[in-house]
Design a protein around this ligand. Structure first.
Ligand code: NAP
Length: 236
């Protein structure tokens, strides 16, 4: 497995990973700290200290962004937080399973929290050089690609996230011409999130997924795209 060095980003680029406690988030932090071109990689999550990000506490997003302004601008910001199953719920199989509490928890983690990241962290993105703000999405959030059905809340929350990414990309096109706002599908990865769905058997290690995703990000050209880990564009 090759080490990633992000040559398309400016030398001594600064990175920030939200959801750095997750399987994929932690692997991003490791890979970026191993990249000699990366000058700083800040890892944030619900229990990081002194700065934390908890989507259930929107103030934590604004406060953490404000506290990090002096360490910016950042050339790479990755959100690797997300939720598929939670306390007392699993993805819905049928309409009869739909439950408002589950829907709100899923949308809070996958849509509203990330939207607040777009609000408070895009000002920290380098506007003059190449910079990337990456939201981990999911192929099952593709409306065009939905063949199997089910997983209502997760699918809808990621489809809504994709729309937020696209819309933010349009807004930032003029004010931050070097910035790319991207939705990125990691592929199936072995993690706590995928574990109940045979993730350990059918998924690959997070480190390998991250190597592939960083390579895809290196060659990304279009802001507002929905990309897969292999660099291909996914249907909305
Ligand atoms: N694994 C896959 O096969 C797969 C496939 C497609 C897409 N994805 C996407 O990839 C991303 C990372 O998934 P993963 O597999 O690495 O999952 P994971 O190991 O379960 O990590 C999930 C991360 O999200 C954080 N999180 C959850 N709810 C949060 C909230 N309300 N506020 C703040 N942080 C919250 C967790 O923080 P704590 O540590 O504090 O719980 C953790 O850092 C997710 O967006 C997921 O939808 C994964």
């Amino acid at each position: 497995m090759g080490m990633n060095t992000m040559k398309a980003l400016p030398d001594a680029y600064r990175a920030l990973v939200i959801g750095g406690s997750g399987a994929i988030g932690a692997a991003f932090v490791q890979a970026l700290r191993d990249d000699p071109r990366c000058a700083l990689c800040v890892a944030l999550h619900r229990r990081s200290s002194p700065l934390a990000i908890d989507f259930a506490r929107p103030d934590s997003i604004a406060e953490t962004a404000a506290a990090l302004t002096d360490q910016g601008p950042f050339q790479l910001i990755i959100n690797a937080a997300g939720l598929l199953h939670g306390e007392g719920f699993m993805p819905e199989k049928r309409l009869a399973d739909l439950d408002p509490a589950q829907m709100l928890a899923t949308f809070s983690a996958n849509t509203v929290g990330p939207a607040m990241l777009l609000r408070h962290f895009t000002p920290l993105l380098d506007g003059r050089q190449r910079s990337l703000m990456v939201m981990l999405s999911a192929k099952v959030g593709s409306i065009g690609d939905n063949r199997l059905g089910g997983w209502y809340s997760y699918r809808a929350s990621k489809a809504a996230l994709n729309m937020l990414v696209k819309t933010a990309a349009i807004e930032l096109r003029r004010s931050k011409p070097g910035a790319l706002i991207l939705a990125l599908h990691p592929g199936t990865v072995s993690s706590a999130l995928s574990a109940p769905f045979r993730g350990a058997e059918i998924g690959r290690p997070a480190a390998l997924a991250v190597t592939q995703m960083l390579a895809a990000l290196e060659s990304a050209e279009d802001s507002g795209a929905f990309l897969s880990y292999d660099g291909s564009t996914l249907p909305w």
